[in-house]
Design a protein around this ligand. Structure first.
Ligand code: AMP
Length: 509
């Protein structure tokens, strides 16, 4: 990531309106890709940038795009309104994100720069009206853009100055290759182009030949994960399965892991097991079940993108189960420490899995000898006091409770499905049956377990951590009500990011 001597936004010659928007977004310095790409883009260079999601790549192309548009409008003779920039993305969701990012950066020049997203679910005709106004920037998927070009709703041959192909590798894997090639025939002979891609595979090379002219290649990060100054990675050996549950309970309950955490397990049943387990201690969690349609998967801003779910400000990733491969480790770890935010990854490992972890580490560390995942210093014996409660909670999570929790979610999905709405209107009895069926055997939440008595806090941690910080001692009735609330809460929707550096430095030894 950029160091203290890096080129700040204020030294890039940007329009004050862009700088103001950047300040409003709270970005104190450019990310590495922004630092490198923006000056080159402003010089008029074509760029091929290897950028992973979360690196700040959208702004890396959006900022120079806006700067060039504003510059043109400010200095040229009276310029005719025209579509000057085109951003191609592989999914509707990414189009929405890109549009939103560009609009946020253009917040202070919204009159001068209009941005349209033509990938949404609307029909072509209504989008035609938007395109007739010739927005300065058009964002969309290749198929949508091509349809508009073919129907003459959009004309780019005389006006396009900048083309951005975002997530280029995905465009191909999503089968947009032919559309992309046809689309290029509608573009002028000369334009500036940026190609952003997480990987440089053969498809991207082919696209590079088609779209870029003498590009500067930016392979910014050798490693696919941020450096140790930004991302702390730990491993902790747990002797038994039970120890994993025990440790997790203690880490969360003693606030040694703070902020929004993503817990990764290897099967869907395990995720429900974990949720029901944590529920016993009034620790709110929710399951991201890939089997359910998008709407019901904690659908925060970037859900559904092929690269996985990008929750903002995830401060900790906990590999409760060891990832099967180095790729999946990277994929999981990449959910935290996004942009310039810090993050931590804690991987639980059973003694039998040590060699597998070794393989992952080998691939992660590449040439260097240094261990990638530092041992997490934690004395299990200090949390022995929690074991009895842990066992008790584990016992409550029966196979039946898990099955019912899964079933319940599927039923809720059915009840809220827009598509099934008309069906239920015609068949109200089915709806009634489903409703009637809902509360099966909810796992018993024992309110007293939500509380950690002082004698259970490891002596070395007393005074350092306070599990009851800002929490009033609740009466039994209130604790019960809270426990009930926890069951229905979706923490990914409700957690607030306070911008604090996540803490994972428990060293009771
Ligand atoms: P992207 O890689 O474009 O998907 O961006 C990932 C996240 O980083 C987005 O939430 C951006 O708002 C955020 N971001 C982009 N640039 C910066 C920056 N210079 N400082 C802090 N956050 C940023």
């Amino acid at each position: 990531m950029a160091d203290s001597e890096s080129l700040g936004f204020e030294h890039m010659g940007l329009d004050p309106r862009i700088l103001q928007a950047v300040t409003d977004l709270g970005w104190s310095r450019p990310t590495l890709i922004q630092e490198k790409a923006i000056p080159l883009a402003l010089e008029g260079k074509d760029l091929l940038a290897r950028a992973r999601t979360g690196s700040g790549k959208t702004a890396a192309y959006a900022i120079p795009m806006l700067q060039l548009l504003l510059h043109k409008k400010a200095t040229g003779p009276v310029v005719e309104q025209a579509v000057r920039s085109l951003v191609l993305v592989p999914t509707k969701e990414l189009a929405r994100q890109a549009q939103s990012m560009i609009q946020q950066l253009a917040a202070y020049c919204a009159r001068d720069v209009r941005v349209a997203n033509v990938s949404a679910a609307e029909d072509l005709a209504s989008q035609r009206a938007v395109l007739m106004e010739k927005p300065d920037v058009v964002v969309g998927t290749p198929s949508r853009i091509l349809s508009h070009l073919q129907q003459d709703n959009l004309k780019l041959r005389d006006s396009l100055e900048l083309l951005v192909v975002d997530e280029a590798d995905l465009l191909f894997s999503f089968g947009f290759e032919e559309e992309l090639k046809s689309l290029l025939c509608h573009l002028p002979r000369i334009y500036q182009a940026f190609l952003m891609s997480a990987t440089f595979n053969e498809d991207v090379q082919a696209l590079k030949e088609l779209v870029l002219h003498n590009p500067v290649t930016l392979k910014l990060q050798e490693s696919q994960l941020p450096g140790a100054d930004q991302l702390q990675q730990f491993q902790v050996v747990c002797e038994t399965e039970e120890d994993k549950f025990l440790l997790l309970y203690a880490l969360l309950k003693l606030s040694l892991v703070r902020g929004k955490s993503l817990l990764f397990v290897n099967t869907l049943d395990r995720s429900y097991r974990l949720r029901l387990f944590l529920e016993q201690f009034s620790i709110p969690s929710c399951v991201l079940n890939g089997e359910l349609p998008l709407r019901s998967r904690a659908s925060d801003p970037e859900a559904g993108v092929a690269r996985g779910i990008d929750f903002h400000h995830v401060s900790a990733v906990l590999n409760f189960d060891l990832p099967p491969t180095a790729e999946s480790y990277i994929h999981r770890a990449g959910r935290t420490a996004r942009a310039n935010n810090p993050g931590i990854v804690l991987t639980f490992v059973l003694p039998t899995e040590r060699s597998q972890l070794g393989k992952i580490e080998e691939l992660l560390s590449g040439e260097t000898e240094a261990p990638t995942l530092l041992p997490y210093q934690f004395r299990m014996e200090e949390i022995e006091g929690f074991r009895y409660r842990c066992r008790d909670a584990m016992r409550s999570v029966t196979k039946q409770a898990i099955r019912e929790a899964r079933l319940k979610e599927i039923k809720e999905e059915l009840l809220h499905s827009e598509r099934l709405k008309t069906y239920f209107e015609d068949n109200p009895r089915d709806l009634q049956l489903l409703r009637h069926d809902l509360p099966l055997h909810p796992a018993v939440v024992k309110p007293h377990l939500g509380h950690v008595p002082d004698y259970l806090v490891p002596p070395a941690l007393r005074g350092l951590v306070n599990p009851h910080k800002k929490r009033k001692k609740l009466s039994y009735k209130k604790a019960k009500a809270k426990a009930k609330k926890v069951k229905t809460q979706n923490p990914l929707r409700s957690f607030k990011h306070k911008g604090k550096k996540p803490k994972l430095s428990a060293k009771p030894s």
